[in-house]
Design a protein. Structure first.
Length: 507
């Protein structure tokens, strides 16, 4: 099965459980996130660490190159420039000394190792330099693109690293109209919006007053890496990077990417891979909608079937199921526990371990006493248990289970099992000379037959049981024995054993 994740579900995913257990690709990344968590983020380290497997050496190289750029700008002289000139100096230096070739799939570290860049990595470089010189800016994210707007002294100056010629510009009305035309052709805005007299409102939407900071830029880098990994079918890497992106900046796109990635990973059902159960539990905890729970339960049902029937491996199933303790939703855990115990019960039944199977049935039914599949299988198990002598006090056992699971009394299969068990118990107890127990069992059988006329009991079993009871009664009362045979014929009309015994008693 491919595509475990329904597309319609991707944008209604809950936030609560994302990012609780981050998996780091390097010691540098662990150090970067610990700094962020403690409130002392090192953004250069975080940007470098987003490249899978980045090392301390990569961080030191990047930091040294950024420091050399700052030195090249001659800070003491730089402070004397006008705001516009400061921005142009930074832009030109980065373009000439750092950015070599545009590359769509790119990470921040590559800017400093090969000169390759994209809109995210180049924007990060500008932001770090402007931060150093305390020049205010906004990072703007539009569909499939990121760029920076420097804002010294109330000005708006675009710094667009992917456009070496027009990447540095003041936002005059003419420039804005040109940009709006481009956005309209990309269908980011409509033609009506483009021709609207409310140009100021559109500008406010494009360049909001609330700045997107560097931490969001780091998150975008993780999100982009998640997409690269997903397209390369590295689904676990894609999931881990999307989770990190969402941890840094909660966003439905990031959560959707994590959900999609882990869903596709699970769809291959590579159960023996390390931590498969942990990823299954993480997927289960990603959303709280009814539809999501149905997807999770159906997939776990398939897992149980695969590891108990198709390629039996009970220990592997148990190890996967053990990870479900981490799931936060109590109702979902109950449903998965029900499915697990019901599957184990069926597996043990087929294997001939009926007593152990019964214990699993009981565990399952404690979570769901309405499931007719489970109830019917339990009834069959009780009948087998009675046939093999598992219940010394069978009537008390029937009563105990009825009290434990009242819905049994609404099930035809339970009435059938109870009637057959009572009849069987009566036969054996009478043969053992336990007349009192036999009489109680026969009374139970007759009560059931009167209450539920459609009970399914074999005529032969009725015949041999009533004949045995009648023979015992005949010792003290011929008429009593005849009455028992007559009653048996009500439940099993035409039964040859009863008819033969009726003739004998009438002589």
């Amino acid at each position: 099965m491919r595509h475990l994740v329904p597309t319609a579900l991707l944008f209604i995913i809950s936030v609560s459980t994302f990012g609780q257990n981050l998996k780091y690709s390097s010691d540098l990344e662990r150090q970067a996130f610990e700094g962020y968590k403690s409130g002392n983020p090192d953004y250069i380290m975080m940007l470098v660490a987003a490249s899978n497997g980045a090392t301390d050496g990569d961080y030191n190289l990047t930091k040294a190159k950024i420091e050399s750029l700052i030195t090249a700008l001659k800070p003491s002289k730089f402070e004397g420039y006008s705001s516009s000139k400061k921005i142009k100096k930074v832009f030109n230096l980065v373009q000439s000394d750092l950015l070599v070739k545009y590359q769509l799939e790119n990470q921040f570290l590559e800017v400093f190792t090969s000169g390759k860049f994209n809109c995210v990595s180049s924007t990060a470089v500008y932001a770090l330099l402007l931060d150093n010189f305390k020049i205010p800016y906004q990072i703007i994210e539009v569909p499939e693109h990121v760029y920076l707007v420097a804002q010294p002294d109330g000005q708006n100056i675009v710094m667009e690293g992917t456009d070496a010629q027009d990447g540095y510009m003041k936002l005059t009305e003419g420039v804005v109209k040109k940009q709006l035309g481009t956005l309209a052709s990309m269908k980011v805005i409509t033609e009506d919006e483009l021709n609207s007299p409310d140009l100021g409102d559109i500008l406010n939407d494009l360049y909001p007053s609330e700045s997107i900071g560097l931490i969001q830029l780091v998150a975008i880098q993780y999100y982009n890496q998640s997409i690269y990994d997903y397209e390369a079918e590295k689904y676990l890497n894609a999931y881990e990077n999307a989770v990190k992106a969402n941890y840094l900046f909660s966003n439905p796109r990031y959560r959707a990417m994590a959900y999609l990635s882990i869903g596709d990973y699970l769809s291959f059902r590579n159960y023996e891979e390390n931590n498969y159960g942990k990823y299954f539990a993480a997927f289960a905890d990603m959303d709280t909608t009814k539809h999501h729970y149905e997807v999770v339960e159906a997939e776990f049902h398939q897992t149980c079937y695969s590891l108990l029937v198709e390629n039996p491996n009970r220990n592997l199933l148990d190890s996967i199921y053990a990870e479900f303790d981490s799931i936060s939703s109590a109702p979902l855990k109950e449903n998965l526990d029900f499915r697990y115990n019901l599957s184990i019960a069926a597996y043990l039944t087929v294997s001939g371990y009926h007593k152990d199977a019964r214990q699993s049935f009981v565990k399952a039914l404690r979570h769901n006493t309405e499931n007719t599949e489970a109830l019917a299988a339990f009834c069959a198990n009780i009948l087998i248990g009675a046939e093999t002598g598992h219940f010394p006090e069978v009537l008390d056992t029937l009563l105990k289970y009825e009290e434990m699971f009242p819905t049994l009394k609404n099930l035809n299969a339970w009435h059938d099992a109870s009637a057959n068990i009572s009849l069987m118990y009566c036969y054996h107890q009478m043969g053992a000379g336990n007349v009192k127990n036999a009489t109680l069992a026969l009374a139970k059988f007759e009560d059931l037959m009167e209450a539920y006329p459609d009970i399914d009991v074999m005529n032969n079993n009725i015949g041999v049981t009533y004949c045995r009871v009648a023979l015992n009664k005949y010792r003290s009362s011929k008429s009593g024995a005849q009455a028992i045979i007559k009653k048996g014929l009500v439940y099993a009309p035409g039964n040859p054993d009863l008819l033969r015994m009726q003739r004998v008693f009438s002589q």
